[in-house]
Design a protein around this ligand. Structure first.
Ligand code: SF4
Length: 217
């Protein structure tokens, strides 16, 4: 079993080595300068493109430069500012709830601990991993719908695990060393957006020889 695991890990490392070449400098496309900004931007990015979030956040962070200001935000004004990102009522509630908890329970500083992050309003494991990996340089493997789709197609996770983001996250973490997790997630996201789209462009893919989906075609 240990030999098989080592072999699977070696294969996965080789796959991500090739994907890294195809998508150099893969990283979150959300603009931020500190953990608070990335946390707020990631909450806004639910069901919205990163590009649209980046259009909204400069004014948002100017008006609410830290959790202390966001915690006291006027709900109607905040909703108007974030309206272009969709689901603005839910997101405004999440942002204000998150900011209040950061102020009341963490002295105004966004925590880096996974349990503390997921206890914040509007923050699930994916968002927590985005913040840990990109703002704190801590190991985190964010799993979104692109990651699930692409990892399942390649065969890195089984179709069954691919239906469950937490199972897929655990599986993917086991395949790579922790210092590669965040970049691997960003790479799968980019691959899913550019190449392994719902209708995949396999003739432009650098890993087709290792892809379970391609072999089945
Ligand atoms: S070979 Fe096709 S299905 Fe497989 S990862 Fe590449 S683009 Fe996606």
């Amino acid at each position: 079993m240990a030999v098989r695991s080592a072999s699977l890990m070696k294969d996965a490392v080789a796959v991500f080595d090739r994907l890294d070449v195809q998508h150099p400098n893969a990283w979150t496309e959300l603009h931020f300068t500190n953990p608070y900004e990335l946390l707020a931007a990631t909450i806004l990015a639910a069901q919205c493109t990163d590009a649209r979030v980046n259009q909204v956040t400069p004014a948002l962070f100017k008006k609410y430069p830290a959790p202390a200001q966001l915690a006291r935000a006027d709900v109607a004004q905040l909703e108007t500012m974030i309206h272009p990102t969709g689901f603005f009522r839910v997101k405004a509630k999440s942002l204000i709830g998150m900011a209040n908890a950061v102020v009341d329970e963490h002295g105004g500083e966004v925590p880096s601990d996974m349990d503390a992050l997921v206890a914040l309003s509007g923050v699930g494991r994916k968002t927590a991993n985005v913040v840990r990996g990109h703002a704190f340089n801590l190991p985190g493997f964010p799993v979104d719908r692109h990651v699930l789709r692409v990892a399942t197609r390649i065969g890195l996770v089984s179709a069954k695990a691919g239906e469950d983001a937490v199972k897929a996250e655990t599986r993917l973490m086991a395949l790579l060393p922790p210092d590669r997790w965040t970049r691997a997630s960003d790479t799968l996201i980019l691959h899913g957006r550019r190449i392994c789209k719902p209708k995949p462009l396999c003739d432009r893919c650098s890993i087709w020889t290792s892809c379970a989906y391609y072999r089945r075609q």
